[in-house]
Design a protein around this ligand. Structure first.
Ligand code: SAH
Ligand code: SF4
Ligand code: F3S
Length: 453
């Protein structure tokens, strides 16, 4: 390891889903072992890496804007390298190198090559590595994590579902899972470092498979590692949401009673065109079963508005489904046509303005539902895992409930990583506010469940 390399400072900026956040930590781990150090100081960095998302056109536009900004730093510091990682790198490949600002293009399965590519790029050679792998899962790499309370942990990569609107199967390649043993080992490590929450990640996390063991088995093993540690998971696909998985979530006290289950549309015709492989009725029954089996469960979803041929009637069915199910959260997106997907061949026939109107209507409805649900919690006490100071004030701390609601409360002596009981006295649609009632604790398992007091 040369001394010059030891002092190279790398700045990483991350866009997209939690898997990208986890990947950036893998990249951090790889670079650290190769003698680079990470910096938060963009202006002083020798290398700027942007881990990108390609899910929608506007995600990519935003990143082009950032690359342009990095260019202004590079002009002041001509030795600076700019590298594009992640899903845009995989999707756009060589064409990204046509931009003089970009020195490196590295796809999600090629991060082990980064140190070598960076070394050559520092000597003036542009580099590209964008092959997808059927086996790469980085299970021997220790991610460089900075958060001391919550950890992201990728358990599988890729997606084989090929929903017709989605670019992920092309940018992330085929599904592959890590071994249960390597995941459990990592959770044991995290527990011994004092972390209190682990989110198991995958584009289709519940299609995880290691030989005979499925995602329900994995969850059970992970939950048993440390009962004071909360376990979350995302994102699950309705097709792989087995009855046994629901039972395991209900049965293991420290698995959070929160399920994010994207429905995408309330119209069977649109679901068919999307290749989502389930009907609205199947989805409805699934939610029913989840709610019956898991006490106090929160459910959230994703919706796409303005998929090709979506009529006002189809849209109405989505609105009706949201009204009926009353999700605890819903993320709504305007349909964005992506090259290479099946839907790219369909005419993107809903005007942007109409898509915007539909998204707005759904967002307003969901806002009202969330507000009502949060207000119903006023006067009750909730358990939160304390995360740290709130964004607005050092005198206030935030924590999250098992159901992933953010709670803000005046800070006394609680420390990040402790559990505290907060009585809610105010709420808006995004946040609960309250003050501490009971003791803070390392949390006995039975006290993890949210309780109405
Ligand atoms: N694997 C997850 C979703 C990953 S992408 C799943 O199957 O649920 C996250 C969300 O982005 C999707 O649920 C979908 O709502 C949205 N999305 C994906 N592709 C999109 C596109 N082309 N246009 C608009 N939204 C899209
Ligand atoms: Fe995309 Fe569908 Fe795979 Fe989710 S399941 S990543 S929406 S193709
Ligand atoms: Fe975006 Fe890639 Fe994730 S396209 S949503 S960063 S898998």
């Amino acid at each position: 390891m040369s001394t010059s390399r030891q002092t190279r400072q790398v700045y990483i900026e991350t866009y997209g889903c939690q898997m990208n956040v986890a990947d950036s930590e893998v990249v951090g781990g790889i670079l650290k072992t190769s003698g680079y150090s990470l910096t938060e100081d963009l202006a002083g960095a020798d290398v700027v890496l942007v881990n990108t998302c390609a899910i929608r056109e506007n995600a990519e536009q935003r990143i082009y804007g950032r690359i342009g900004l990095f260019g202004t730093y590079k002009r002041r510091n001509p030795g600076m390298l700019i590298g594009v990682l992640g899903c845009m790198a995989e999707r756009l490949r060589l064409s990204l190198l046509e931009d003089d600002l970009v020195d490196l293009v590295v796809g999600p399965d090629e991060y082990r090559k980064l140190p070598g590519l960076m070394e050559r790029a520092l000597e003036g050679e542009q580099g590209i590595a964008v092959r997808l792998s059927r086996v790469e899962n980085y299970d021997d790499i220790t991610p460089l994590r900075t958060d001391g309370v919550c950890a992201w942990l990728s358990v599988m990569r890729g997606c084989d579902k090929f929903c017709t609107f989605c670019v992920v199967p092309f940018t992330r390649g085929r599904e592959r899972s890590r071994s249960v043993e390597s995941i459990v080992r990592e959770v044991v490590d995290l527990s011994s470092q004092g972390l209190k929450e682990v989110t198991l990640l995958g584009q289709n996390v519940n299609s995880f498979r290691d030989g005979e063991r499925d995602f329900a088995d994995l969850m059970q093993e992970v939950a048993a590692v440390d009962r004071t540690m909360r376990i979350r998971f995302t994102t699950s696909h309705p097709q792989d949401m087995s009855g046994r998985l629901i039972d395991v979530i209900a049965g293991e006290e420290n698995i959070c009673n929160y399920v994010h289950l994207p429905v995408q549309s309330g119209s069977d015709r649109i679901l068919g065109l999307m290749n989502r492989t389930y009907t609205v009725d199947h989805y409805r029954r699934l939610i029913g079963r989840i709610r019956e089996t898991i006490p106090g469960v929160a459910v959230s979803t994703d919706i796409i508005s303005g998929f090709p041929t979506e009529t006002e009637d189809d849209h109405r069915m989505t609105v009706d489904l949201l009204t009926e199910i009353r999700f605890d959260g819903a993320f709504t997106f305007k349909y964005s046509a992506r090259e290479r997907t099946k839907a790219w061949e369909m005419e993107d026939n809903i005007p942007e303005e109409e898509k915007g109107k539909r998204v707005w209507e759904i967002t307003e409805l969901q806002h009202a539902i969330a507000l009502e649900q949060n207000r119903n919690l006023i006067g009750t006490a909730v358990r939160v895992l304390v995360e740290g100071p709130s964004r607005k004030s050092p005198y206030e701390y935030t924590g999250r409930t098992e159901t992933s609601r953010t709670v803000v409360f005046p800070h006394a002596d609680e420390q990040p990583g402790e559990y505290a009981e907060i009585r809610i006295d105010r709420a808006n649609s995004a946040t609960l506010f309250g003050r501490r009632t009971g003791d803070v604790s390392g949390a006995a398992p039975q006290s993890l469940r949210e309780s109405a007091a």
